[in-house]
Design a protein around this ligand. Structure first.
Ligand SMILES: [Zn+2]
Length: 788
């Protein structure tokens, strides 16, 4: 089969060049303008049987097969459905379940897919509408979005099953979008057609519209994609391309909403593949670089409150790490890997899959977490209501077999190491089977047996992770001096005989990462590719006080970090490990701190908290003086959801990063609060003023100084325990003697056991009486009574 003539681009992160799946693939009418550097595989050509394979199997068996498709279709059968974006789930499931069926060949799942597709098609209205809204509410919120997922799901299904029955349904959906939305007379603006997030939700329909254009060759679908590009740059649009091409941070694109923006970028890359317009690739690469450099959590998570924020504003908790963002980030990396062939994208894929994605999936595959944060409890849920992430997580998992091993112009590319097999067709048409024996990531030894049908000359590319400082490589029993190619892979080019073996030995070792900003004075521990976490389930008697555990040093050698087999409760696969190290327990009593040395065990972030216990990635270094107790907490404030004027954090230890309540409308109260993970004794509170602006930013004291309030138990009421008595006298228009960064302290009459604290007052309006807001640089709380 000719690779270019049949440009199998099934959806954003999958091509199936070379290996035919169980059924006939539907070919595209329009060839891609940009040839892929790596040919992703049809899932049936790859079988993974190690740790990664186990997670894929669990997702299929315990989530995708068991789904109640009547629940997925409910909002279509009885419009408007139970909530605004309930319509997205069926398309997301069709996408994941089709891939899972190709991977497993499970006929139960295939029957379920066939039935669901027929039932979904029945729900389409005569004019082509296939959303969950009533006629008067069409194109106002999330129904362009639902059309996106229905198109993606049905296109994937058609490609892999060869059953083109839904093609008419897809065309009618697309035709309706082209008719109703546009910048022509009588058409609706797509940016306001889904009022969410500067139109980034609705315009993410780009991805399936590109795919449908390539499948059908209909020019009007490409015209619609061009319209979306124009709409992005409208005054009310997100300015997606212009901002990214100017190398603005992704936090400046639209409102910085992660899931929708990354979805748009995945569509932009599909359009790049189709048209070759270089700016689309450049914009996506700039976004990728900005995220990697400034906005990616240690585990591969991104976003807090679902948004990208300014540099350094990366709280450990506060709706951190939406799983939909994790999956679209994975897809972005997969698209870039496929298009450019550069190992750095595969590096990110390994990292996000083995840490954040698996950390969000309950190990049995049946449930997923929505926000999977750097500490807390894993919020697993298997209820679709309000849980966009529950149908996103399995999409990410189902994609893994498509890129674990791929082919390229040189031959074979190994991107992920897991035990298993692959049947590959090289670009010259020759067939090669690969089998991998390893218990990676528990062990760095990887043996790959290369089995060409007949001996032949080609390359095998191995990815040596960036964290790996030492490795050895043998081919057919002989030591090889590794050569890194410009794409970042080690290339072994030779004449391969059936049965030739590659022995790659990656030295797994511990690394300590020093935190910054909010995690200043803390460290995180990694072992090989895996981020580790402390888990109360492994702390025995000290499990009640996770905050008492500290590390004595940031030197991996002196911490003596040693892997050992996981105890029974965490033995989730044959190689499961925990990691022993020297720690200290800090106990504070009446202002005296006693440090007791003790060995503890850490667990992988993927498995941390899987039985409902508390976990934490960032651990304090002992000897860090006077810890601000609120650094552990979750911030909230009055004012709008999402980005505000300064968009900073007020518990990150960085007074230059300022939070505010600016909403450009009047307000009579403004507050800044921190909620702690567990009840904590607090003696005094410090409020650091942010920035005095011409139009506000401070508290008005005419009716009293800003008040300090505490909450004793979760869900309780706020109780005033004091005020910022040194806060200067101000009015709504005059900030008086207030200086930026000034600190104000409130000493409580006695130590209080609290779950949350806040400072509240009347916000000032400055020279614009049409609004009012306050600012806060830091909120701090301490157990001791003195600042000296
Ligand atoms: Zn989500």
């Amino acid at each position: 089969m000719n690779r270019l003539a049949v440009s199998f681009v099934l959806f954003s992160t999958l091509s199936s060049v070379g290996v035919l799946p169980a059924a006939t693939l539907t070919p595209d009418k329009i060839s891609a303008a940009v040839a892929d550097r790596q040919d992703f595989q049809s899932p049936d050509g790859v079988q993974l049987t190690g740790w990664i394979g186990g997670r894929i199997a669990a997702s299929e068996a315990n989530r995708l097969v068991k789904i109640d498709t009547d629940r997925l279709l409910e909002g279509y059968r009885k419009r408007p459905g139970r909530q605004a974006w309930d319509g997205e789930h069926i398309g997301k499931w069709l996408h994941a379940a089709t891939l899972a069926w190709v991977y497993t060949g499970d006929m139960n799942l295939r029957r379920k897919l066939d039935d669901a597709v027929v039932e979904l098609m029945k729900c389409q209205l005569a004019d082509g509408y296939l959303g969950t809204y009533l006629p008067q509410d069409r194109w106002t919120e999330w129904d362009v979005w639902a059309h996106k997922y229905n198109l993606l799901g049905l296109l994937t299904y058609m490609r892999y099953t060869g059953n083109t029955a839904p093609l008419g349904t897809c065309r009618r959906m697309a035709d309706l979008l082209c008719h109703d939305l546009g910048d022509g007379p009588g058409q609706r603006d797509i940016i306001t057609a889904g009022s969410q997030h500067y139109g980034m939700a609705s315009t993410s329909v780009l991805e399936p519209m590109v795919l449908l254009y390539r499948l059908t060759g209909e020019q009007r679908y490409l015209d619609f994609c061009r319209y979306i590009q124009r709409a992005w740059e409208q005054p009310n649009g997100p300015h997606l391309l212009s901002h990214l091409l100017a190398r603005d941070g992704v936090n400046h694109v639209g409102n910085g909403k992660g899931y929708e923006m990354l979805s748009c970028l995945n569509g932009a890359l599909e359009l790049y593949r189709t048209t070759g317009e270089r700016a689309l690739l450049d914009a996506a690469v700039n976004a990728w670089q900005d995220i990697v450099d400034h906005r990616l959590y240690l585990t591969g998570a991104a976003t807090a409150g679902e948004l990208f924020h300014q540099d350094g504003n990366m709280p450990n908790v506060g709706d951190v790490g939406e799983t939909c963002v994790t999956v679209t980030w994975l897809q972005l990396n997969a698209q870039l890997l496929r298009l450019t062939g550069e190992a750095r994208y595969a590096e990110q894929i390994e990292h996000v899959v083995t840490n954040q994605l698996f950390g969000a999936q309950r190990p049995d595959g049946a449930a997923w977490g929505y926000y999977v944060q750097m500490e807390g409890k894993k919020p697993y849920s298997d209820t679709l209501d309000g849980h966009c992430c529950l149908s996103s997580g399995p999409r990410g998992v189902a994609l893994i077999p498509t890129f674990a091993i791929s082919t390229d112009a040189a031959g074979i590319v190994v991107n992920l190491y897991d035990a298993g097999t692959a049947r590959l067709a090289l670009r010259d048409g020759s067939a090669v089977a690969i089998s991998t024996e390893t218990s990676y990531p528990a062990d760095g030894r990887i043996r790959i047996t290369v089995n060409p049908t007949a001996s032949g000359t080609f390359g095998v590319k191995l990815r040596v992770p960036a964290w790996c400082r030492e490795f050895t490589l043998q081919v057919a029993g002989e030591k090889v001096q590794p050569q890194f190619a410009t794409d970042g892979y080690v290339l072994i080019e030779r004449r391969w005989q059936p049965g030739d073996q590659i022995e790659l030995n990656l030295k797994l070792e511990a690394r300590i990462i020093a935190g910054d900003h909010g995690n200043d004075g803390r460290v995180a521990v990694l072992y090989g590719p895996l981020v580790l976490a402390i888990d109360t389930a492994l702390l025995g008697a000290y499990g009640q006080n996770i905050g008492a555990v500290a590390l004595a040093s940031a030197d991996p050698g002196s911490l003596k970090i040693t892997p050992e087999p996981a105890p029974a409760t965490l033995r989730l696969w044959s190689g499961a490990q925990v990691y022993r190290l020297h720690a200290i327990i800090r106990q504070s009593n009446d202002g005296f701190t006693k440090d007791t040395p003790m060995d503890i065990r850490l667990v992988t972030f993927a498995d941390a908290g899987c039985n409902g216990s508390l976990y934490r990635v960032w651990l304090p270094l002992a000897g860090t003086p006077r810890q601000n107790l609120l650094r552990e907490g979750r911030t909230s404030r009055s004012g709008p959801w999402g980005r505000t004027r300064y968009d900073g954090s007020f518990n990150d230890g960085d007074p230059a990063s300022i939070a505010d309540t600016f909403e450009n409308k009047p307000a009579t109260e403004a507050w800044f609060a921190v909620t702690l993970m567990e009840p904590t004794v607090v003696r005094r509170l410090v409020f650091v003023h942010g920035h005095t602006d011409h139009d506000g930013g401070w508290f008005v004291t005419e009716k009293g100084k800003p008040r300090v309030q505490v909450m004793a138990a979760r869900g309780g009421t706020w109780e005033t325990v004091g005020e910022l008595k040194d806060y200067p006298d101000t009015t709504a228009t005059v900030a008086g003697k207030l200086k930026d960064g000034a600190r104000f302290e409130c000493l409580f009459p006695s130590p209080l056991n609290v779950i949350a604290v806040r400072v509240t007052g009347v916000p000032a309006s400055g020279d614009n009486p049409g609004q009012a807001f306050a600012t806060c640089a830091e909120l701090e709380a301490y157990q001791d009574g003195s600042n000296r």
